[in-house]
Write a protein that binds this ligand. Structure first.
Ligand code: PAD
Ligand code: ZN
Length: 368
């Protein structure tokens, strides 16, 4: 029986249990999970910040090998290595056709439902169904997922690297390249330099940003940020107010684009304050659903012509962007191995969630 890490209740550690995984239905595939990253969004489910139906198998940043095909799946084969997309993307709905695959109609419904495209899960324990996080549930040795939520990668790419692409890299790199369309010479600020923020930094560097100001409370995170392309480092706990620092570093004008990659109201407001007139503040971090902001629409938006916008899954078309990112990794332009600060077993997932706040951990990756 495959093992999985299950959240039973908000605030409780994940329980490692044996599960049953039913056969894939039409349009679904079974995968043997190879690796799964541990993302802050997993911790947010445990904390109750991100509400999903419990009990649930967490994990949404995974890659694995196809072991079974449901009826009608003809674009994938048994043995293929695939990255799991936590928003399955159909390619045919209004959003997919308007280059907003991250908002795919069927995929978004599935992703929020705790199940697959028909909103039911294939996983169960002693006959009782268990939800899966984001149509994936990658904290499991085996999973059945929608075929449109799998993107084939070259088998020479380690599944650990493939897993990281599945959430942190698509989201962070995509926030810089797709959502903000960073231009050559831009000045960028990134508040929060964890697994996702580091990828905003490497995406900004790739897009040609000249100045990349990393903001984090942990010096270890800032040192890693520098390796990923940050040109200036700000630790508000020792260097003072982050907004003042970014204004100073940008000649008093502010950043062309400021990203919030933590998920706190206060730092989202800071991102808007440190954005230049006419620039963009991009929300990547997921705040609790009751967070409200104080924005002065006349000054903060109208007269200053600033934009504030959300970024879901890096504005990614996964069927286009996963192969692109895998190619950048193969050509040495995308740092993925460096993101993986610890390889762990499934049993160590609670420790990885606990360690998320420490300076050393960029991403812990479960290897199956
Ligand atoms: P992480 O825990 O690895 O990184 C968060 C970073 O923020 C850490 O380095 C902290 O030290 C730092 N930090 C915390 N508080 C502060 C503060 N007050 N000031 C400065 N720095 C601070 O998380 P992650 O990188 O895995 O995820 C970051 C967020 O992105 C989180 O909210 C997650 O849920 C969200 C996310 N969003 C999407 C999306 O589609 N928008 C996708 C994936 C993850
Ligand atoms: Zn994630």
């Amino acid at each position: 029986m495959p093992k999985a890490a299950v959240a039973n209740a908000v605030g409780s550690p994940l329980e490692i249990v044996d599960i049953d995984v039913a056969d894939p239905k039409a349009g679904e595939i079974r995968i043997q999970m190879g690796a799964s990253g541990v993302c802050h969004s997993d911790l947010s489910v445990v904390n109750g910040v991100l509400p999903i139906a419990l009990p649930a198998i967490l994990g949404h940043e995974g890659a694995g090998t196809i072991t079974q095909l449901g009826e009608g799946v003809d674009n994938l084969s048994i043995g293929d290595h695939v990255v799991v997309s936590w928003v399955p993307q159909c390619g045919a709905c209004y959003y997919c056709e308007h280059d907003q695959g991250e908002l795919c109609e069927a995929g978004s419904m599935a992703s929020m439902s705790g199940g697959l495209l028909d909103m039911t899960s294939r996983a169960s324990r002693d006959g009782v169904p268990i939800s899966v996080m984001a149509a994936s549930g990658t904290f499991a040795e085996e999973a059945v997922i929608p075929a449109i939520g799998a993107v084939k990668i070259d088998p020479s790419i380690p599944l650990t690297a493939g897993a990281l692409i599945g959430c942190g890299v698509l989201t962070g790199f995509g926030a810089a390249v797709n959502t903000a369309s960073i231009r050559k010479g831009d000045t960028v600020a990134v508040i929060g330099c964890g697994g996702v923020g580091l990828n905003v930094i490497q995406g900004a560097k790739h897009a040609g940003a000249e100045r990349i100001i990393a903001v984090d409370m942990v010096d270890g995170k800032l040192q890693t940020a520098q390796k990923f392309g940050a040109t200036d480092l700000v630790n508000p706990s020792t260097d003072g107010d982050a907004v003042a620092k970014v204004m100073e570093l940008s000649g008093g004008r502010g950043a062309d684009v400021a990203f919030e990659v933590i998920g706190l109201g206060a730092t989202i407001e800071q991102a808007l304050q440190m954005t230049r007139r006419g620039g963009q503040a991009v929300i990547v971090g997921v705040p609790s659903f009751d967070t409200m902001l104080t924005i002065n629409p006349a000054m903060d938006l109208l007269v200053s012509e600033k934009q504030i916008r959300g970024c879901w899954y890096g504005g990614s078309n996964v069927h286009r962007d996963v192969p692109m990112l895998a190619g950048l990794y193969q050509s040495g332009e995308l740092m993925l191995d460096e993101l993986m600060s610890a390889q762990i077993s499934l049993d160590q997932v609670n420790e990885a969630l606990d360690n998320m706040g420490s300076g050393e951990i960029a991403r812990s990756v479960i290897v199956y």
